[in-house]
Design a protein around this ligand. Sequence first.
Ligand SMILES: O=C(O)CCC(=O)C(=O)O
Ligand SMILES: [Fe+2]
Length: 303
Amino acid sequence: MALSFRPLNPHFGVDVSGVDLAGEVPDAMFAEIVAAYYRHSVLLFRGQNLVPAAQARLTRRFGKPKIETRKQFNLREHPEVSALGNIVDADGRPLAFFNRLGESWHTDGVAACHVDAATLLYAVQVPRRGGDTMFASAAAAYETLPTALRAQAAKLRMRCSFHAHNDKIREADPASHVALTPEERAALPDVWHDVVQVHPVTGRTVLYLYDSALEYDGLPERTAAPLMAQLFTHATREGFTYRHRWSRGDLMVWDNHTTLHSATAVGPYEKDRRLMHRSFAYTWPTARPLDNIDERNAIFRRA
Ligand SMILES: O=C(O)CCC(=O)C(=O)O
Ligand SMILES: [Fe+2]
């Protein structure tokens, strides 16, 4: 079988066909997939049949897995894979992480110093309406940014915190997940990121954006926050996004360094079932340190 690629958007993303990811994918074919991942930033594989063991195996092929930090939703046999969605057990207890504040543009893994990470999101159950996922390119955003704004953005650094975002989710919905323990919180310290970064593999310059920065450096606060808002508006403007309407068996793989994504409003599928299996890998090759990933994974591996 040979792979074929169809663009999802003029600026990024491809629909990849000609591969069964649960089967034996030869090294040469996987190398083509990795090349497409770096070149297009978002890959869509339709009609897959990925049991968690197969997703875990595939994730390891992309790189070193990161264990999800809301560990109650990590699958027992395959903790590299966690459940997202709105399904509950007979007593109404959540069986998946349901983020009611999911409708915001972000990249996964902002609390890691090493941002070259792939998210793999696989659709197990899809609601009849809603639950789409939106994508935008942080590289196209930089490449189309007016020069004066590039210079401003290049000065900006921001302090990112997993908890700044996650605590808001729990405040809005305390039942969404069990609060992190002090040890777990300490394993996810704040991280400073440059807003303009060069991707270590592709060499493309990207806008690394975060909407809940605790602090800025390089520009005064009164300039920094409006600039960040302006950069988000630019990066996610009409014509530069792709909205994915999921079908069961779709797998999407995206490069968090080069893209932004957003869940969409919960309302339309509140009474319907949505279940996604998500995993996360720090991709090779990279020059950056992995920042205590083994210790972190040990803490979040579900007991
Ligand atoms: O559920 C979605 O549509 C996207 C969730 C998300 O942000 C993620 O998987 O990182
Ligand atoms: Fe995300």
